[in-house]
Design a binder for this molecule. Structure first.
Ligand code: IDP
Ligand code: MG
Length: 149
């Protein structure tokens, strides 16, 4: 099983879409193994988005992710990284396919509601950043109904 980091960005919280978005990810079969509601400070934002440091939108991105509280989620499941990315939809919500989180709930490139790790390697590092205390291991009775052994 793989794990991945999801952030519900400040627009998702301000728009009251937390339950809707987490509900979609849970319904996909992904298991919550970490959950935090927090205000991201600039040092954390800068570490999380370090890969985009040279991009013209970097300053705006750091401003946005620190503009209000967020929800950080650690999700576990088969191919969790790809499953979350597909469920999120394209980066530009205006172009994201209907049926995806961004395609159903957003219409903007910057205010696109959700972050998901883009590779298994990135996920390990991003999970450490947002869940330094580690994640919660547990079994669910329904796991055998979601993925065949
Ligand atoms: P992703 O969130 O789909 O992985 P990335 O390319 O990693 O997309 O970009 C990180 C975030 O930066 C995006 O989610 C979006 O909010 C923002 N972003 C990406 N490209 C642009 C851009 O060209 N202009 C403004 N914001 C951008
Ligand atoms: Mg990305």
């Amino acid at each position: 099983m793989d794990r991945t980091l999801v952030l519900l960005k400040p627009d998702a919280i301000q728009r009251g879409l937390v339950g809707n978005i987490i509900g979609r990810l849970e319904a996909r079969g992904l298991k919550i193994v970490g959950l935090r509601f927090l205000q991201v400070d600039r040092p954390l934002a800068e570490r999380h988005y370090a890969v985009h440091q040279a991009r013209p939108f970097y300053a705006g991105l750091v401003d946005f992710i620190t503009s209000g509280p967020i929800v950080a989620l650690a999700l576990e499941g088969r191919n969790a990284v790809d499953a979350v990315r597909a469920t999120m939809g394209a980066t530009d919500a205006a172009k994201a396919a209907p049926g995806t989180i961004r395609g159903d709930l957003g219409i903007d490139l910057g205010h696109n509601l959700i972050h998901g790790s883009d590779s298994a390697e990135t996920a390990v590092n991003e999970l450490k950043l947002f869940f330094p205390e580690g994640l919660v291991d547990y079994a669910r009775a329904l796991d055998g109904w979601i993925t065949e052994a």
